[in-house]
Design a protein around this ligand. Sequence first.
Ligand SMILES: O=C(O)CCC(=O)/C=C/C=C(\O)C(=O)O
Ligand code: FE2
Length: 312
Amino acid sequence: MSNIKIKCLSHTPLRGLNDPGSHVVAEVDSVIAKARAEVEHFDPELIVIFAPDHYNGLFYDLMPPFVIATAADSVGDYKTLLGALSVPKELALEMARFILDKDLDIAISHRLQVDHGCTQTLEEMTGSLTKYPVIPIIINSVAPPFGPYRRIRKLGEAVGQFLAQLNKRVLILGTGGLSHEPPVPLLSGAPDDIANFLIAGRNPTPEARAARQARTIAAGKIYGTSESNLTPLNTDWDQYFMDLLVQGQLDEIDDFKIEEISKTAGRSTHEIRTWVATFSALAAVKKPYSARQDYYRPINEWIAGYGVLSAE
Ligand SMILES: O=C(O)CCC(=O)/C=C/C=C(\O)C(=O)O
Ligand SMILES: [Fe+2]
């Protein structure tokens, strides 16, 4: 039987680009340092990371609900490291076969580009893209339409069942959320240039990437004020959701209403799908699990309801 520990963390493109006050940065730094020390002590033999993509690796020319990578390269956006992750190819393929055998249609990529939505948390938890073998599983959380939350639970359960039989120390990471709405464009109603980008905008020029980054920084400067037309953070919703996970009430997530969450907590709140998969994987192996909330703070400068949960 494997020994499985999990951590779910928010991420933000604006770390180091539009920081809150230094006491908040120091507080988050210390939460992350503690989490990283726990990871080092656990010394995982394998990491599985459930992550979103923000139109860097996955586009509407072929947008899978879930994809497992047997090889992955970081695009190095928003101050993250550039380069290859250490993905154990055969094990990733075995996991994909196992998931397919559970009647879940997961896509496979033998060369996936991943962005800060995957690598920021990996770097924060391990200091590197390559320190431990890592299997990235990207869950579409940004490009509607989305499948129901109950499918994410099933995906997580299948991954948990696969990991249980490996007899390894496994760390599962979920990254993204909580409530937030950064300026990620929508395909519906988009002008041609934006639509073309969302459909097939891989490998943008440095100028195009810089323009995207500048737009996000500008949005962060006014987020949560009356000048911003983006859905603001919702601390009540964040706490409600984290409590469900910590208390093991995962059944309630099956009924989550996608449109309602977008309206009340922001369109990118659906990155919590990665947390749902992570906790579902653990619950498939250990019930009841033991979970705790390590941190929460709404941080407008980072466009993030910023939370950290751990469980085992
Ligand atoms: O860079 C872009 O084109 C759009 C902005 C973007 O990708 C923002 C990402 C934001 C997050 O990762 C987030 O807030 O979770
Ligand atoms: Fe994100």
